[in-house]
Design a protein around this ligand. Structure first.
Ligand SMILES: [Zn+2]
Length: 108
């Protein structure tokens, strides 16, 4: 019978859409947190997440990620900074994937 791990430490791409690497899996939260914190140190540029199934326990986006929030439905998203158009980020507006609002701005 295969072991079922409860916690996973993963690296994600800057947009938060794809797991690029699973660093560690453990049934023990204390061990998983230790692995998460070690991963933060050795992967300063990556988006590192500690998850329990679909639930995010800890998350630290890397410098390549721009976090955004919809003013209407409060949906939060992430964008890959390398794929943004040129110009000052504070003045950019994006479309909400959930409600279609076009006034989504970077989170402060
Ligand atoms: Zn919205």
């Amino acid at each position: 019978m295969a072991t079922r791990y409860t916690f996973a430490v993963e690296c994600w791409d800057p947009s938060g859409n794809t797991i690029t690497e699973t660093i560690a899996e453990s049934a023990h939260l204390t061990v998983a947190i230790a692995a998460y914190e070690a991963t933060l140190a050795v992967r300063p540029k990556d988006w590192v997440m500690l998850r329990n199934g679909a639930r995010v326990v800890q998350s630290r986006p890397g410098p390549g990620t721009l976090l955004i929030e919809c003013p209407d439905c409060k949906h939060e998203g992430a964008l890959d900074r390398r794929k943004l158009p040129d110009g000052p980020i504070e003045q950019m507006k994006f479309k909400c994937r959930i409600c279609g609002c076009r006034d989504v701005k970077p989170k402060k």
